[in-house]
Design a protein. Sequence first.
Length: 114
Amino acid sequence: MEDCIFCRIVRGEIPSDKVYEDDRVLAFRDINPQAPQHVLVIPKRHIASLNDAGAEDAEILGHLQLVIPEVARRLGIAGSGYRVVVNTGPDAQQTVFHIHYHVLGGRQLQWPPG
């Protein structure tokens, strides 16, 4: 069992403001939001990053992608639009090495992002 902060959130050891949860995925509000709506969507099973995902992870990553529009609906941003970001590795500013998708919206987002 992993000891990363997101694994601890999944286990209920650290509280979170949950937006969505099922048996495989958890979505919760980011504690340092970068937009009016900023939620992290994670698999409950530890996968460190996209670089660490393998063929055995295809089902959970596909499920995660299908959960994101439901999260956007719950946040009230599905119609106006939202951005999904996955940071992978240090240069991309991945700070928690448990794969997580940022769902951002609630305002006009800028492009390019980086």
